[in-house]
Design a binder for this molecule. Structure first.
Ligand code: 13P
Ligand code: SF4
Length: 334
């Protein structure tokens, strides 16, 4: 059996390639070679492991990654992130090959909104517009009017008439935060991110007592009790930029730990303390994001597998609300 047939057969069982790699290979060099040979670009989210962030051509939050996916001239997009992100890149780039190193890299937030149940929920609110956070499946996107990310959610909501009834899905925490910021009352789908819901208010408060000068910076996917004690709230890119510009020397970072790599790189003299989870696990690491490894990234580029394949009708339906988001974001210079 040829190598490629072997790989395809294995993928159907595992969702990723697990082929022996010559241990003497310098994977950074090999990946750089593959990028050039194949005209491929690596887009990585901040929650990826440091090695992957270091080899990526672009690192960003969900909005930045979607915008980079629209702009790229590459033939192959290698998405170092989770499935909904790679799927979004494919929705925007039907003619390009979009690869995800491990197809199992899902998202608890996306899983919390099954399209069949959401359709029933939506039918109960016929006069409502649906704004969905980008952390959802193509099936949910297809049922939505506008997509948003944590970078642009508030602006998108504020761009609509104040009297417009809205359903916000799937993240109840981000939805509640936007309700509070805008004073409106969107109907919220009851979904959440397993990572951002695990932080311990008690442990973070104790950390703050030990580090009184530290600023608490948090992602809006966190629960409201945590957001209430934060000095700054924003998307991963916004948190990163804040940590660079703010004069504080210490930060308690209430989001997935992967972002600390860029924070420390960009501000080497500052101290970044990862916010602890409410038990002794490493649950402030996203288990889905961390399924991608440098080895899987290399194999995925070498064999051009696994690839994101989509139903064309679904792709077209899911694209409309993403285009709307990109258009509103451009209007506000986001
Ligand atoms: P952003 O990077 O867009 O802030 O999203 C965070 C997240 O949880 C991605 O899965
Ligand atoms: Fe999903 Fe949360 Fe992981 Fe982001 S951090 S991919 S929202 S589970």
């Amino acid at each position: 059996m040829t190598d490629i047939n072997n790989a395809i057969q294995q993928l159907s069982k595992t969702g990723f390639l697990n082929i022996d790699i010559d241990p003497t290979l310098d994977l950074f060099e090999e990946i750089e070679k593959l990028k050039k040979e194949k005209n491929a670009i690596i887009l990585a989210h901040y929650y990826q492991e440091p090695d992957i962030q270091d080899i990526a051509d672009f690192i960003g939050d969900s909005l930045g990654l979607a915008q980079a996916a629209v702009k790229t001239q590459a033939d192959i997009i290698v998405f170092a992130g989770v499935h909904f992100m790679a799927e979004t890149a494919k929705i925007l780039n039907p003619a390009k090959k979009v690869l995800l190193p491990d197809l199992n890299a899902g998202c608890s937030l996306s899983d919390s909104a099954p399209p069949a149940l959401f359709k029933v929920f939506k039918e109960r609110h016929p006069d409502h517009l649906v704004i969905s956070y980008i952390n959802c499946s193509a099936g949910i996107k297809a049922l939505s009017d506008i997509i948003c990310t944590s970078s642009n959610a508030q602006k998108i909501v504020e761009s609509l008439p104040a009297t417009q009834p809205i359903i916000f899905a799937p993240d109840r925490n981000l939805g509640a935060y936007i309700n509070k910021q805008t004073g409106i009352n969107m109907v919220l789908w009851n979904g959440a991110c397993m990572v951002h819901e695990i932080f311990s208010l008690e442990k973070i408060t104790k950390l703050k007592i030990r580090h009184p000068q530290a600023k608490i910076i948090a992602h809006p996917e966190c629960e409201s009790s945590l957001l209430a004690i934060a000095d700054f709230i924003g998307s991963t890119t916004a948190l990163l930029k804040f940590s660079e510009k703010d004069p504080a020397q210490e930060f308690i970072v209430v989001t997935e730990t992967g972002i600390l790599h860029q924070m420390q790189k960009n501000s080497p003299t500052k101290t970044f303390i990862p916010a602890p989870p409410d038990n002794n696990c490493a649950c402030n690491d996203c288990p889905h994001m961390k399924l991608n490894t440098l080895e899987k990234l290399y194999l995925c580029m070498k064999y051009e597998l696994p690839e994101i394949i989509m139903d064309e009708t679904l792709r077209i339906q899911a694209k409309k609300p993403i285009d709307k988001m990109l258009e509103i974001s451009a209007r506000y210079g986001l």
